[in-house]
Design a protein around this ligand. Structure first.
Ligand SMILES: [Zn+2]
Length: 182
């Protein structure tokens, strides 16, 4: 199925404020409207910058971001959302430096966000098994030691994609491909 392309402009218009991001998280956490996880009551108070909800009946508190990579973050939600967009859209793998520049945050903040996002994406990918025809492109990283003959870079791994579903399943193992030393 062909997916429609989401531009940064469209994404930023959709999530231009923390409140819009919170509403989106709310719709994921409570797709059928608020239900207290403890007693099932449907009335709540908003507390703690609108990411924490307290049940009016039993006072159980539900967080929109507890147990996620946003847990205890002090970075605005919209910055997180834009970071997720930038990381997901750059197939070469955006750097922490570029992320810091694009989002106008410190390098340390960008680095932490990037690692948490990568961890979350990796954890999700682990749930899937590749099948069918798997196509692979190489990617290169520079550095001393073993280098590629033409480019002077390491060949580390690749990007995978599937085409034409087949009955048989294959397992792929990544192995760094090293070139002779100069
Ligand atoms: Zn309750």
């Amino acid at each position: 199925m062909k997916q429609s392309y989401l531009t940064l402009r469209t994404f930023q218009q959709k999530f231009k404020s923390d409140d819009e991001c919170r509403q989106h998280l709310f719709s994921i956490r409570f797709p059928n409207g608020f239900r207290c996880p403890s007693c099932g009551h449907d009335k709540y108070y908003l507390i703690s910058e609108r990411v924490l909800f307290q049940c009016t009946a039993c006072r159980h508190q539900s967080s929109l971001i507890a147990g996620t990579i946003l847990h205890k973050t002090r970075t605005p939600l919209r910055i997180w959302f834009w970071a997720l967009f930038l990381v997901a859209h750059d197939k070469r793998g955006i750097s922490a430096l570029a992320l810091a520049r694009e989002l106008d945050v410190s390098y340390k903040t960008a680095w932490l966000m990037l690692h948490k996002i990568r961890y979350a994406m990796g954890s999700r990918d682990e749930q899937y098994v590749l099948s069918g025809i798997v196509e692979m492109d190489e990617t290169y990283f520079g550095g001393p030691g073993m280098v590629a003959r033409k480019t002077g870079q390491h060949l580390i791994g690749g990007q995978l994609s599937c085409a034409k579903p087949m009955k048989k399943q294959y397992t792929l193992k990544f192995k760094p491909l090293l070139f002779r030393k100069y």
